[in-house]
Design a protein around this ligand. Structure first.
Ligand code: HEM
Length: 274
């Protein structure tokens, strides 16, 4: 029989320190329940055989947050006016403390974000994680992809240099060739018959308000669905997300079975409580 070592009493200083940390947390929890909500969100059961590929979604989220943060800093100095936009970008890059770094992070981070987005999407596709019951989350993901690309398109014009201008001319003309809606779309993007001051302020507003707002909202919905449905196991796994390990016997429910259908239905099929 092993005897537990005597518990050492905490020193008064340590008790005071712990109290200083736990008191505000308890205060907030008692009044809002937010801490419980956060705990529910962060501490969930995931299948034991999730792997590094499952971190690509969080990596994409991190890249997006870096874009949001650096974008807010850039917006403090950028001027969306054809006469001063280019100079303001030069000013950020050459005169401001660490301006080159913030701008560089935003510019290259945009590519990192899109690349991670595609890697994450490829993981979901190749693992079959888009199947029942996660189809809705795939659809939300597709919307995120569209808004992510739009964010890149609208941001590209903002430096207002030759590359930005002509790339936007090409982009808008491409949209203009779409059947029926094309000409309206091109007019909407230009903000008139020609690319000019209205186009720049329109793109700026879309780039720093409307599209990021939509992306934030969609990410919220995306993560809600991830929490609700649980993370799917890799295709080769026998485990169901959200349940303790139970050997899965093949069922005849007609699904090809690349992934476990869901946390709950997997649990029930294995004889667990509902
Ligand atoms: C801003 C873009 C995105 C962010 C921040 C994001 C974030 C995440 C995170 C954190 C997860 C959970 C962990 C993981 O499985 O990696 C996840 C899961 C998922 N994502 Fe995304 N995602 C994005 C875009 C997309 C796109 C473009 C698609 C597909 C078109 C997609 C489809 C899914 C699906 C179906 C799941 C559930 C996967 C599973 O349960 O195994 N997501 N996403």
């Amino acid at each position: 029989m092993t005897v537990a070592p005597p518990r050492r009493r905490k020193s008064a200083r340590r008790q005071r320190l712990e109290g200083a940390i736990t008191y505000p947390i308890d205060w907030l929890e008692e009044r809002s329940g937010l801490i419980g909500g956060l705990r529910y969100f962060l501490f969930r059961k995931v299948p034991g055989d999730t792997n590094w590929f499952h971190t690509l979604g969080s990596a994409t989220l991190t890249a997006f947050l870096v874009q949001a943060l650096t974008g807010v800093i850039l917006a403090m100095y950028y001027q969306p006016d054809p006469n001063t936009a280019y100079q303001s970008i030069n000013h950020i890059t050459n005169d401001l403390t660490l301006g080159w770094l913030v701008r560089g992070m935003h510019k290259w981070g945009a590519s990192v974000f899109i690349i991670l987005l595609f890697f994450h999407m490829a993981r979901v596709f190749l693992f079959g994680a888009y199947k029942y019951p996660r189809e809705l989350n795939w659809i939300v993901g597709v919307m995120l992809l569209v808004f992510g690309m739009l964010e890149g398109f609208t941001g590209y014009l903002l430096p207002w240099d030759q590359t930005a201008y002509w790339a936007t001319v090409v982009g808008i003309n491409l949209n203009g060739t779409a059947p029926i809606l094309g000409p309206f779309l091109a007019d909407f993007l230009r903000g008139g018959a020609e690319i000019g001051p209205d186009t720049l302020s329109r793109f700026y507003s879309l780039h720093m308000l409307l599209i990021p707002g939509a992306i934030f909202a969609l990410i919220g919905l995306h993560l809600y669905l991830v929490v609700r449905l649980g993370v799917s196991s890799p295709p080769w796994s026998g485990q169901a997300a959200g349940s303790d390990y139970v050997e899965v016997t093949p069922t005849t429910d007609g699904r090809s079975g690349l992934t476990q259908p869901s946390a709950r239905s997997g649990w029930r099929r294995n004889g667990g409580e509902s």
